[in-house]
Design a protein around this ligand. Structure first.
Ligand code: PMP
Length: 404
């Protein structure tokens, strides 16, 4: 967006103004625009009822708003069918659903699940647990020295044993983007199912699940200007039809007797109980908000902020940027030689700058890099060049202060 448009956009985020902070922790969660807060508030004020039940008008209104949100998600990721869009609590629940349901349906002793070394614990742990139960094996795709995924190792790890390939679209810890357009067809050629963790991608680039050719795609509402408590698992219909339910209860059934249960059709088979109705509506509005601004314009703005940050940070001695060769998308990690990342984060916070410090829920990645953790800055559409300048100058002062 142009600078003028940008200021208007910033004005639409009350969280940025209530707290006098330079908020550079957007990979953890984004601030929410007024339109999202209003959509949720309006739902509770004007249409609050449970969905998919009740013969009454209010329930019909609520159901239409909730199912309308599903249509918005479908359009946003270009899913072929609305029934393939499952609402979950977030990427973590999407991965648990998939690992338990697909894993139980598919995995046999000796089967392999390939997973990239960038993977978030939300991907690693569910697959690791189902692997232990089924006798399958979790096999990491290693990194090259520059932090990129080792593509030749990936190619040689793929075999007839590979049943699932789990790939991180954009790494939350490093901001690196996997060449999934090239990696997905290789897995498909081996007959493996491919799941993409899109938690860090949907706010930063256009996602088209049909063009990608993956089998499953997961993301969280709160990382793309929507509320917490809502996320998505998209999956191909034929697979979802075959997979057993993940949770059992109301909504996900067709008929129940004490002798047995017939399950509901998609997507309801995977949505037991009363869903997060207001949150789904908020997510739908957030995706529209992104589309109104234009994801390509947002990406261009964030890329400019990233280029400026990398350029300026490179001038600070004792600072190591992680995996900064090539492009970084949304997030950039760094360490200060001889200093603990947590101390840097606390000192930045004292200057009113919010960043994330730690292992970023990627302990195996940190082990592979030989690190305990890092500091991470991450950008959103409302961040400005002035904020990047303020951050770099605060960090330069901190490094100098610690040096004395
Ligand atoms: N994967 C990635 C790449 C992430 O960045 C995150 C959130 N940090 C998750 C998965 C988990 O998302 P959530 O906590 O919203 O379930």
């Amino acid at each position: 967006p142009s600078e003028a448009a940008l200021h208007q956009v910033r004005d639409q985020f009350p969280g940025l103004h209530e707290n006098e902070l330079i908020y550079l922790d957007n990979a953890a969660t984004t601030q929410k625009p007024d339109v999202v807060l209003k959509a949720m508030d309006d739902f509770y004020k004007t249409s609050n009822a449970n969905v998919h039940r009740g013969a009454h008008r209010l329930s019909d209104l609520a159901t239409r708003a909730f199912e309308g949100a599903r249509d918005k998600v479908q359009a946003f990721i270009n899913a072929p069918a609305r029934e393939e869009v499952l609402f979950t609590r977030g990427t973590t629940e999407s991965m648990n659903l998939l690992a338990q349901s697909l894993g139980q349906h598919l995995l046999q002793p000796g089967d392999e699940i390939l997973i990239d070394t960038w993977a978030h614990h939300a991907c690693i742990v569910p697959w690791q647990q189902i692997a232990a139960k089924t006798g399958a094996k979790l096999v990491p795709i290693p990194l090259l020295n520059d932090g990129e995924l080792d593509q030749s190792a990936y190619q040689s790890l793929l075999s007839e044993k590979t049943k699932v390939v789990s790939l991180t679209h954009i790494s939350n810890a490093l901001g690196k983007r996997a060449p999934i357009e090239r990696m997905i067809p290789k897995a498909k050629a081996q007959g493996a199912y491919v799941v993409i963790d899109g938690a860090q991608a949907v706010a930063h680039e256009a996602v088209d699940v049909q063009a990608l050719g993956c089998d499953f795609y997961a993301f969280s509402g709160h990382k793309c200007y929507g509320p917490t408590g809502i996320g998505v698992l998209w999956g191909k219909r034929a697979l979802l039809e075959q997979m057993p339910p993940y949770q059992y209860g109301g909504e996900m059934i067709d008929t129940v007797s004490f002798e047995g249960t017939q399950f509901n059709t998609l997507p309801y088979k995977f949505e037991a109980g009363t869903p997060a109705i207001a949150e789904a509506i908020g997510l739908g509005r957030a995706l529209e908000f992104i589309q109104e601004l234009g994801i390509d314009r947002i990406a261009a703005h964030e890329a400019a902020l990233m280029a400026k940050a990398k350029n300026e940070l490179a001038k600070i001695g004792k600072l190591t940027l992680l995996a900064a060769k090539g492009s970084n998308h949304g997030a950039l990690s760094f360490n200060v030689t001889g200093e603990h990342h947590q101390d840097i984060g606390i000192l930045l916070d004292q200057e009113g700058i919010a960043v994330r410090c730690g292992h970023h829920c990627c302990q195996p990645l940190m082990q592979s890099l030989g690190l305990k953790g890092s500091c991470r800055v991450s950008f959103a559409l409302y961040n400005t060049e002035e904020e990047v300048d303020a951050f770099v100058s605060a960090l330069a002062d901190i490094v100098e202060f610690l040096d004395d």
